[in-house]
Design a protein around this ligand. Structure first.
Ligand SMILES: Cc1cc2nc3c(=O)[nH]c(=O)nc-3n(C[C@H](O)[C@H](O)[C@H](O)COP(=O)(O)OP(=O)(O)OC[C@H]3O[C@@H](n4cnc5c(N)ncnc54)[C@H](O)[C@@H]3O)c2cc1C
Length: 550
């Protein structure tokens, strides 16, 4: 697989000593490089391909991902690029064929119910359009990306990781030393294998293919603006993602033939060729003689599994290397982006000497349960949308998309006072509980409308209510004691304006209370009333950051 669209940067010298080495420069590797760079850590990412993705693959990006893109200053650009191809209000429906009967509407409009809960929204944007945007921003912020560069081996000791990187154009090998290694090297992750980390779950569900094609499907869209059309008919099960004018896109095929309980039905890639691809496309479009151009056929495995742990010593796994899901629900890439967001601030603080290694150990503790839950939910959507005949015996109860996207909670030593009870609940029930994503509330700062989420990203933030002025001194004392920035923001009481009067309720606070929010926008701790004494907050921060071992 090659990419001639972007320069590969392989002619430049390979750095020898870096704080973080990232293996894999696709969606999750690029996001990790970007988020580390935004926190002042100039990581090196190596990627064996010649550039960013050349296939659309992921297209459905969810609330938490767009919130992270917003944090990186990329939301407007990504939205604009999205609109060039997709309808922002697109939906997800099931049809017998594009020209045939409509069977179900899974999602009528991608953004139903999002407005009050997020300053952004879900979008469709193809992975091959998104990745160059991530790449450019990561490089602007100081990340080093090397393409046509493959990590061939690595070993770690108490002080760091030593890796061998092969320049695939020149055949030259160089050694890179890093304090930490992040493996975003995809589902077949060699790093995960080398570490002996096992996966468990539902295994391989089908050996699928994606057929990239061009054909005039516009007349058969019948005014429907859906970004995704599931197809269920006696010839095949799968889904289309088409551009808004219906001229090009792909058909992903998970099963062929009527009896999807047969093993041959799920081994699509074994029998696929261009002639069969055309026949299946005609069946899925529902127009026998439609002229079309098959551009490419790519095999892939639909799998639902999660790794048992995401860290070993100084090496972390993220994205598809850590969890792999079938595309149904659009969770795969999104979950990986969230892994990167969870890990980047922790690595940055440990590298700056602001936190001890215990903070890094919370990465598996926080992200592995989210990975496992997401695998269950994606498997459930595959089972019910693609192969309902196979039964639903091992399908976990369906959770609303909002729960998967922003309803998960973390329980670890980097959260103080997390509640017991289910880890995954509707975001409206969370109300700023420690361990949950800090809720979105519209505020006004110097006449400008901002979201609470716009306050997070770089530092810990003490977010206090209208009567919570005493928290300013506590924040200053905490910052001084730990030698790190802690922002103080008061909402109401002369501070930022609580535009709709929702702040206290959304954060579950009394006016004198405050929430301590981590740099990844998760509530680390909450005090419902005024500080007991000035050093209370410093103690909480020291415990979260594992300061005794820093
Ligand atoms: C048809 C389809 C539709 C999808 N739709 C969605 C969707 O709508 N929403 C969504 O969120 N997700 C979707 N996904 C899933 C999404 O594409 C993946 O989850 C995402 O690409 C994972 O990113 P990653 O960076 O973890 O891994 P990958 O994209 O697999 O990238 C890993 C990279 O590591 C590189 N690499 C591996 N080993 C080495 C090495 N030793 N040295 C150097 N480089 C190495 C590889 O070349 C590769 O580029 C879809 C997937 C498919 C197949």
């Amino acid at each position: 697989m090659t990419n001639t669209a972007s320069t590969n940067g392989s002619s430049a010298e390979m750095p020898h000593d870096v704080p973080v080495l990232i293996v894999g420069g696709s969606l999750v590797g690029l996001t990790t490089a970007l988020l580390l760079a935004a926190r002042g850590v100039r990581a090196l990412a190596v990627e064996r391909h010649a550039g960013t993705a050349i296939h659309p693959r992921a297209g459905h990006f969810q609330i938490r991902t767009t919130e992270i893109l917003r944090e990186m200053g990329l939301e407007d650009e990504v939205r604009q690029r999205s609109r060039e191809t997709y309808d922002p209000e697109g939906g997800i429906i099931a049809v017998e064929s594009l020209a045939g009967k409509e069977l179900a509407r899974f999602v009528s409009n991608l953004n139903v119910g999002v407005d009050d809960r997020s300053p952004t929204g879900r979008i469709f944007i193809d992975q091959d359009v998104l990745e160059p945007i991530l790449r450019r921003r990561a490089e602007e912020l100081g990340a080093t990306l090397r393409y046509r560069s493959e990590m061939t081996s690595f070993e770690q000791d108490a002080d760091g990781v030593r890796a061998v990187i092969r320049d695939l154009d020149r055949g030259k090998e160089s050694e890179v030393r890093a304090k930490y290694l992040v493996a975003a090297d995809g589902n077949r992750s060699r790093v995960r294998h080398a570490l002996g980390i096992e996966k468990h779950g539902y295994g391989v569900l089908s050996r699928s293919v994606t057929i990239y094609f061009e054909a005039d499907c516009a007349p058969y869209l019948q005014g429907r603006n859906s970004g995704v059309f599931y197809v269920m008919n006696p010839r095949l099960r799968g889904f289309f993602r088409l551009n808004r004018v219906g001229q090009k896109g792909f058909l992903a095929i998970n099963t062929i033939g009527e009896d999807v309980t047969r093993d041959e039905a799920v081994n699509v890639s074994a029998v696929m060729n261009e002639e069969l691809a055309r026949e299946l496309l005609r069946s899925a479009i529902g127009v026998p003689e439609l002229p079309m151009r098959v551009r490419q056929i790519i095999p892939w495995e639909a799998e639902a599994s999660v790794a048992t742990r995401f860290q070993q010593g100084r090496v972390f796994i993220a994205g598809d290397a850590a969890h792999i899901v079938p595309p149904n629900g659009g969770f795969g890439g999104n979950t990986g982006v969230q892994d990167a967001h969870n890990l980047a601030w922790k690595l940055a603080m440990v590298l700056k000497g602001q936190a001890g290694p215990g903070l890094l150990e919370t990465y598996t503790v926080e992200r592995q349960p989210v990975g496992a839950f997401t695998v269950d939910q994606a498997y459930g959507r595959y089972a019910t949308r693609v192969v309902p005949e196979r039964g639903t015996d091992n399908v976990k109860p369906h959770a609303d998309d909002l729960i998967v996207e922003i309803g998960y909670q973390y329980r670890s030593t980097a959260i103080v006072g997390a509640s017991d009870g289910p880890l995954f609940v509707h975001p409206d029930e969370l109300r700023g509980r420690p361990g949950s994503r800090a809720p979105h509330v519209w505020l006004e700062r110097n006449g400008e409308r901002i979201s609470t989420l716009d306050l997070f990203g770089q530092s810990f933030v003490v977010l206090a209510g209208s009567g919570g002025g005493a928290w300013r001194a506590a924040a200053e004392k905490g910052a001084g004691a730990l030698g790190l920035p802690v922002d103080f923001v008061q909402v109401g009481g002369g501070g930022l304006v609580d535009v709709n009067g929702k702040f206290l309720d959304a954060y579950g606070l009394a006016p004198a209370g405050a929430a301590l929010v981590r740099p990844d926008g998760f509530v680390a701790w909450r005090a419902e009333a005024a500080p007991r004494d000035d050093s209370e907050l410093a103690g909480v921060l020291a415990s979260i950051l594992d300061r005794s071992r820093a």
